[in-house]
Design a protein around this ligand. Structure first.
Ligand code: CA
Length: 228
């Protein structure tokens, strides 16, 4: 089944470009040009993902996001916000209001596709792509196989899930708590230190098969997977 995306964007040129490219990429696409229409279409058509522009007429993107989060049926609907360059405060506010991710304008279509697939993978793993390559690391989700520079890397199930999560956002730093929520689930009680143990195992396995440590430890912040 094709994943269904609702694009909420009031600029005609960008809106058309998004519609054209998302369709070509195999998505089913609905379009809304303002916040009110977006709220109505979410209820009517129940999309799998919403790509939501920040600056919209009538009801702003942030307000749409907030309202979707308060409704039971759209509480867990993935939302990717489109924000203007340099508006760091907006991005943080967007994530606080419940957006799952954001893309900064102007962006490459490939970047948006990657974000859309990442949120889909989280809610509906079967919809996302099967192979991801970042630098010299390849992950095959169907075979549950990881290679580095062509050499197979043997990982336990938790290390595999950790890598699978980190690889969706190369370069981004995740705190231990974020990794716990994403990999172990928010309803499981696991000590934050457990993350360090599994990162240690993942690192050891990856480094055995290649040069250079791809995992970056950020003191008192968390971990990131380096894109190169
Ligand atoms: Ca706009």
């Amino acid at each position: 089944m094709q994943p269904h995306i609702l694009v909420v964007e009031d600029e005609d040129a960008l809106s058309e470009l998004l519609q054209y490219n998302l369709k070509k990429e195999g998505f089913r696409v609905s379009m809304a040009a303002d916040g009110e229409e977006a709220l109505m279409l979410v209820e009517e058509r129940q999309p799998d993902v919403v790509v939501l522009d920040w600056m919209l007429p009538k009801v702003s993107g942030i307000e749409v996001c907030r309202r979707l989060r308060t409704r039971q049926e759209s509480r867990n609907l993935p939302i990717i916000m489109l924000t203007a360059r340099g508006e760091e405060a907006d991005r943080i506010r967007g994530l606080d209001t419940g957006a799952d991710d954001y893309v900064v304008k102007p962006f490459l279509m490939q970047e948006l596709f990657a974000r859309v697939r990442a949120v889909l993978r989280r809610i509906r793993p079967g919809l996302a792509e099967d192979n991801v390559v970042v630098g010299d690391i390849t992950i095959d989700r169907v075979a549950h196989r990881v290679t580095r520079s062509g050499t197979e890397v043997h990982l336990g199930p938790t290390e595999f899930r950790l890598l699978d999560y980190l690889i969706q956002h190369p370069g981004r730093v995740f705190s231990r708590e974020q990794l716990l929520d994403a990999v172990w689930g928010s309803d499981v009680y696991v000590e934050a230190r457990t993350v360090d143990v599994h990162i240690g195992r993942l690192r050891k396995a990856l480094n055995k098969a290649g040069d250079g440590d791809p995992i970056r430890t950020v003191r008192s912040a968390g971990y990131a997977l380096n894109p190169n």
